[in-house]
Design a protein around this ligand. Structure first.
Ligand code: DAS
Length: 337
C-alpha cells in the first residue's frame, strides 16, 4: 500500500512582546497593564482548539519589549531572523506579534526589505491578554489563518486587526485605545477575514519584497534618519540638533501639503548643502504631498513623500539611503514604493 504523507502548512510565529503579550492584575483593566509578559508560545496556547489540523506552528521568541522601544536595529534583527528561518525551517508563512505603537513601521520596513513571496502577517492587540474581552487571541488566530492562505502569496507584508486585512504600506494606528484602531486612510483594507476565510478585494499596488531593490542581507545598521515636526512658531533647533547628531536624512512632518516655514527652510537649505536628504511629508494623516506643490522641490532639492506618513517616509528613506544619495534618485523610490 502506498501512503501519501501530506506535509502540514507550517507557520513560523515570531514573538516580540507588546500588549498582545500583556497582563493586568484585573480582567477589567484594559488600560493599565504590563506589556511583554507572555511568550509567543503562551499567546498561541488559547488558539489550539481552533487551528485547522493541517496547520503546524513554530513559535520563536525574538525579543520581549514594547514596540515604543523598537529601533532600526530591531527591524534588522527581525528581517535577519525571518530570512534565516525561511531557509532553515522552510515555513509556508510568517506571523510576527508585536506592540501596536510602531507596528506599522516594522510592517512597512519588512514589506520593503524581505526577499520572500510567502505571506508575512504582523499582528498586535489593543488590550492585554488578561482582559475580559481581549482582542489578541482572535487577531492572532486570523493572522495564522491569513499567513497559511495561498491566496495572499505575493502580497508582501500584511497587518490583520479586527477582522480586516491591510497592506503594510498603507496601514496606520489611528486610535489610542480602541480595538478598531487600525485603518488605511483613503485606500481602505485589502480584504476581510470572515470566520477564518480570507476574502480579498484588491491587491497592494506598489512594489515590495521580491520586487523591491532593497536588501538588508549583511547589513548591521541603517542610515540615521530623523523626523522634524512642523507647528505654528516652530524653530529650527531640532533640525540643527539632528544635523549635529549625524543624521543622513530628515523627514519633514509638514503642515498641510508638506509646506515648510521660512525658519525651517533656512535650516533645511543648510542640511541639503551638507548632503542630507530632506523629504517633505504631511502631518495631516491623509492625502498626497505633491511634488513642486507647497515647495518647489526641483529648486530646493527636496523630495516629496507621495502618500507616505512621516513615520513611513522615514522607513523608506532609511532603506533608500543604503542605495542612493541623490535627490532625484531618492524621489524615484518615493514615486514607486
Ligand atoms: N505597549 C505598546 C506597544 O508595545 C502598545 C501595544 O502593544 O499595543 O506598542
Amino acid at each position: 500500500m502506498v501512503e501519501t504523507l501530506m506535509r502540514k502548512t507550517r507557520i513560523a510565529v515570531l514573538g516580540t512582546g507588546g500588549t498582545i503579550a500583556g497582563e493586568a492584575s484585573s480582567a477589567s483593566d484594559v488600560l493599565s497593564y504590563q506589556d511583554s509578559q507572555l511568550s509567543a508560545a503562551d499567546t498561541l496556547a488559547p488558539l489550539a482548539p481552533y487551528l485547522p489540523r493541517e496547520v503546524e506552528l513554530l513559535a520563536l521568541q525574538i525579543s520581549q519589549l514594547g514596540s515604543e522601544n523598537f529601533s532600526t536595529d530591531t527591524w534588522l534583527l527581525l528581517a535577519h531572523a525571518i530570512s534565516r528561518l525561511d531557509q532553515t525551517e522552510e515555513p509556508d508563512g510568517f506571523v510576527l506579534t508585536q506592540g501596536t505603537d510602531t507596528l506599522e513601521e516594522t510592517a512597512y520596513f519588512l514589506h520593503l526589505a524581505l526577499k520572500t513571496a510567502k505571506p508575512v502577517v504582523v499582528v498586535g492587540a489593543m488590550r492585554p491578554a488578561t482582559a475580559i474581552s481581549a482582542d489578541g487571541p482572535l487577531n492572532l488566530l486570523r493572522a495564522v489563518q491569513l499567513a497559511a492562505s495561498p491566496q495572499v502569496r505575493g502580497f508582501g507584508v500584511m497587518v490583520v486587526a479586527n477582522e480586516r486585512i491591510f497592506s503594510a504600506r498603507e496601514v496606520t494606528k489611528s486610535h489610542t485605545s480602541s480595538i478598531d484602531s487600525f485603518c488605511s486612510p483613503e485606500f481602505g483594507c485589502v480584504g476581510y477575514m470572515q470566520n477564518g476565510d480570507v476574502k480579498l478585494h484588491r491587491m497592494p499596488s506598489r512594489h515590495h519584497t521580491i520586487n523591491s531593490p532593497f536588501s538588508v542581507s549583511g547589513l548591521q545598521s541603517l542610515p540615521k534618519v530623523d523626523i522634524v515636526y512642523a507647528y505654528a512658531g516652530a524653530g529650527s533647533e531640532s533640525i540643527r540638533a539632528f544635523l549635529d547628531g549625524g543624521t543622513r536624512g530628515l523627514v519633514h512632518a509638514g503642515t498641510g501639503n508638506g509646506s515648510i516655514s521660512s525658519v525651517h527652510q533656512m535650516a533645511y537649505r543648510e542640511a541639503i548643502l551638507r548632503g542630507v536628504a530632506v523629504v517633505r511629508s504631511s502631518r495631516t494623516g491623509s492625502g498626497l504631498v505633491s511634488r513642486n506643490g507647497a515647495v518647489d522641490d526641483d529648486a530646493f532639492g527636496s523630495i516629496s513623500s507621495d502618500t507616505l506618513s512621516p513615520q513611513k517616509a522615514r522607513v523608506l528613506l532609511s532603506l533608500a539611503l543604503t542605495l542612493k544619495q541623490d535627490a532625484p534618485e531618492l524621489q524615484r523610490y518615493f514615486d514607486n514604493y
